[in-house]
Design a binder for this molecule. Structure first.
Ligand code: AMP
Ligand code: GLY
Length: 425
């Protein structure tokens, strides 16, 4: 079978890499892919926009592609799945209606409330004055969220009322464009965050290994939010008993509520959770896709061929699939970013030491890279994700950083504390 992966991040490199490990997958097209997928045996980058519905349909039909996996939320929210399905193609990733679970926080909140899914109390506002009045009434800390897609930057956890008001002014002032036409204001939850990515065919739903990512740029979880600076899996905070509860109280009700709305959801439902000190799981957000960099630690541990999992979802026979099997042990991933990220940074710096890093036993997933005259150069904020597996977190972390230390490019920045709190496990 030939497969096609839409996107150009570390997540998409991991998806293409894992698909190619399956006996049944001969070739993977990446649209547009990155410097890593360009070098992957069996993978071909296609220089086409990840929003070119027509181009992707044509490419898939001409090449008899048997499975399309859409990585990022933007094409999903724009209805790429609907378009490709209309062309008779098999697509993993929800349609436009389903993608609203990520593309509108207000919509997702309403669904959660309707389904009785535990989530922070909230209200939706469409103008500044009532929103300010609500914040003053509620007090801080409080969480302000632009409704629409804002590349992970639309949320402010405000420690003071002033900070909350400043954020409301930013959003209603147009900082996030149309994504800020509505604002969700919600109670602040405390606890440990975890990401549970589940695959679904719209009828049944199955969690993958729970993961945890590190969103902040700085060590000790300080500074601004980023797309994610590292991750580890499985997250010990999500015990088997807790995962059962998440399945029963969150994942299954979410799928039932989607179905009730007439939505045929086939793809990943990603639950961003807060595990409160009492051990209760609350939903912070839903995403309609694989997480990045969570995918870079989950997929290396997956033993079941990925194409089998994804096709079972697309063909609505997930319930018949035997339980997924996983490599024992853990995986950690550290992101090497361009200096200055998530603000301004420069691109085009040569990357060296990749072969040495891989020879040390790690997997180097590319994100913001491209090949320039046969040489990999930086091409984005998050440049690489270095993943290693081990029997313990201590071993995996040591191997991840040993591999990272083989790699150089001008301005390389990485957090040195990924998985730190897991050292004891
Ligand atoms: P999101 O874009 O919804 O993932 O939010 C980004 C980050 O904001 C999350 O990973 C949390 O760290 C934080 N956050 C969002 N909602 C809440 C909440 N209700 N309480 C505490 N922190 C939150
Ligand atoms: N790592 C966070 C996300 O993918 O949304």
């Amino acid at each position: 079978m030939k497969a096609l992966v839409v996107g150009n991040g570390g997540r998409e490199h991991a998806l293409a890499w894992k698909l190619l490990q399956s006996e049944k997958v001969q070739e993977v097209f990446c649209v547009p892919g990155n410097g890593g997928t360009a070098q992957l045996d069996g993978c071909r980058n296609i220089a086409m926009s990840s929003l070119d519905f027509e181009g992707i349909a044509r490419l898939s039909l001409v090449n008899n592609v048997g499975l399309i996996v859409i990585g990022p939320e933007v094409p999903l929210a724009a209805g790429m799945t609907d378009y490709l399905q209309n062309e008779g193609l098999k697509v993993f990733g929800p349609n436009r209606a389903g993608a609203q679970i990520e593309s509108s926080k207000a919509w997702a909140k309403a669904l959660m409330v309707e389904a009785g899914i535990p989530t922070a109390a909230s209200q939706v506002f469409t103008s500044l004055e009532p929103a300010i009045a609500y914040v003053k009434d509620q007090g801080a800390p409080i969480v302000i969220k632009a409704d629409g897609l804002a590349a992970g930057k639309g949320v402010t956890v405000a420690a003071t009322v002033e900070e909350a008001i400043a954020s409301l002014k930013d959003i209603f002032g147009g900082k996030f464009g149309d994504a800020g036409q509505q604002v969700v204001i919600e109670d602040c939850l405390v606890g440990q965050e975890a990401s549970v990515l589940a695959v679904t065919d719209g009828l049944s739903i199955r969690p993958l290994l729970a993961a945890q990512d590190h969103k902040r740029i700085g060590e000790g979880d300080t500074g601004p939010n980023t797309g994610g600076m590292g991750a580890y899996a499985p997250a010990p905070v999500v015990t088997d008993a807790l995962l059962d509860r998440i399945q029963r109280d969150i994942l299954e009700p979410a799928i039932a509520a989607l179905r009730q709305r007439g939505i045929d959801y086939r793809g990943v439902l990603y639950a961003g959770l807060m595990i409160t000190p009492g051990g209760d799981p609350w939903v912070i957000e839903f995403n309609c896709r694989f997480g990045d960099p969570e995918t870079q630690v989950i997929l290396p541990l997956l033993e079941t061929p990925l194409d089998q999992v994804l096709l079972a979802c697309v063909e609505q026979r997930l319930a018949q699939l035997p339980p997924f099997t996983w490599t024992p042990g853990v995986a950690t991933c550290v992101v090497a970013a361009s200096g200055g990220y998530p603000d301004k940074f420069t691109k085009g710096h040569e990357i060296t030491g990749l072969a040495a890093a891989e020879d040390s036993g790690a997997i180097v997933f590319h994100a913001g890279t491209r090949q320039q005259k046969g040489v990999p150069v930086t091409d984005g904020g998050r440049v690489l994700g270095v993943t290693a597996m081990g029997d313990t977190f201590q071993a995996a972390i040591a191997q991840t950083y040993a591999a990272l230390d083989c790699i150089q490019f001008d301005g390389l920045y990485a957090r040195r504390d990924i998985g730190h709190q897991m050292q004891a496990h």
